[in-house]
Design a protein around this ligand. Structure first.
Ligand SMILES: [Fe+2]
Length: 152
């Protein structure tokens, strides 16, 4: 059985740990987003944007390697187990492309905030965009952990 292969086992454990770390980062991102646009003080927004930007940039740097590792070290073996799991990993691969695009679009939007003519509207837009990204990533990591729990 694949799960007994020590290389596969250590890779899947590493991916599970990465998911846990990412979920932790997403909680920090959610906190920054929650406070964005809630007060009248511009400094609060600035602090939240800086924080959200740092977390998102770090994530954008890290995601390609994680997605690649999942696809090359985990999905191939998992897909061989059943048609259902094969369909599931295909869907996860499709989501990798969508998620990476979403994260990068959010990075661009964060960088463009300085050029906004209506700062308040731009901050609210960022907040919504960020929450969409966070929700999609959380959903993805949780789905993988849940569906592949016998392997992770
Ligand atoms: Fe994934």
């Amino acid at each position: 059985m694949a799960a007994l292969n020590p290389v596969f086992q250590s890779e899947s454990e590493r991916i599970h740990r990465d998911h846990q770390e990412m979920l932790h980062e997403l909680s920090a991102l959610d906190l920054a987003l929650e406070h964005m646009g809630t007060g009248s003080a511009d400094m609060t927004d600035t602090h939240c944007v800086v924080k959200a930007r740092a977390i998102t940039l770090a994530m954008a740097r890290r995601l390609p390697e994680l997605f690649m590792r999942e696809e090359s070290k985990l999905f191939k073996t998992v897909a061989d187990v059943s048609t259902e799991l094969s369909a599931f990993v295909e869907e996860m691969k499709r989501q990798h492309i969508v998620l990476f695009t979403m994260v990068n679009s959010f990075c661009v939007a964060l960088d463009e905030l300085a050029n906004a003519s209506d700062l308040q509207a731009a901050v609210m837009n960022l907040k919504e965009l960020g929450m969409d990204v966070s929700r999609a990533l959380r959903h993805h990591f949780t789905a993988e952990d849940h569906e592949l729990q016998g392997f992770l």
